[in-house]
Design a protein around this ligand. Structure first.
Ligand code: 5RP
Length: 226
């Protein structure tokens, strides 16, 4: 009798399937923007199959993984606009707006997404939501000195910020994971959060939403365009 994989193993299989599907969008000689997280890690393992010119990494963790595979990691300042950025997400809504930053790499991820012509987002179906921010908190990267001030401002907006203990971003900042924000108008909330002094970046990707979503379901890979 064949055994069913555990839910965690099945989710890992779905991540591997969506990563395989993403390979078809990567062309030889490209400089690829590479995201961060367990889904993208599945893609990184497959990248030696493609002859990339190089990659721009969205975090130090990703940079280390790429370099370990012998892929040249380039400085975004010297490569100009990228053709393609591929990354995962913590939540995605039907408009292909996202919450990202579960891994704490949101700022560099948003920079690379903004500097790319196309952003393909890879998720398994557990990430699909009708409204962002109801379950997953919005990660907000904050200058360390501004932590308490920003937390009070977020509380005034109806949010419940939780300091991510023991975590420091690649830029030396801290993260406030903020529950209960009203993210129904994602673009407005993204801009409002950016306006708080001391906020470096927030994990709502509305201005830099995905252009294409590959979603791994039990029934196969579905592709959605914005
Ligand atoms: C990291 C991110 C990741 O893309 C997001 O957390 C999804 O990660 P995973 O693929 O491990 O579920 O935004 O900052």
């Amino acid at each position: 009798m064949s055994q069913q994989p555990s839910p965690a193993n099945r989710q890992q299989q779905l991540k591997q399937e969506v990563a395989r599907a993403a390979l078809t969008y990567i062309e030889d000689d490209m400089i690829l923007g590479v995201g961060t997280g367990s889904t993208v890690n599945c893609l990184i393992e497959l990248l030696p199959r493609v002859r990339l010119r190089g990659a721009v990494a969205s975090s130090q963790v990703t940079q280390d993984k790429l370099e370990a595979l012998g892929i040249e990691v380039m400085d975004l300042n010297f490569v100009g606009e990228l053709d393609l950025y591929i990354d995962g997400a913590d939540e995605v809504n039907p408009n292909l707006q996202l919450i990202k930053g579960g891994g704490g790499a949101l700022t560099r991820e948003k920079i690379v997404a903004a500097a790319s012509k196309e952003f393909i987002c890879l998720v398994d179906e557990s990430k699909w939501v009708t409204t962002l921010g109801r379950e997953f908190p919005v990660p907000i990267e904050v200058l360390p000195q501004a932590r308490s001030y920003v937390a009070r401002e977020l509380a005034r907006m109806g949010g419940e910020p939780v300091y991510r203990e023991g975590f420091v971003t690649d830029y030396g900042n801290v993260i406030l994971d903020t529950y209960d924000l009203d993210v129904q108008r994602a673009s407005e909330m993204e801009a409002r959060l950016n306006n708080i002094v001391g906020v470096v970046c927030n994990g709502i990707f509305a201005a830099n939403q995905a252009d294409k979503l590959l979603i791994a379901k039990e029934t196969g890979i579905e592709t959605l365009l914005r």
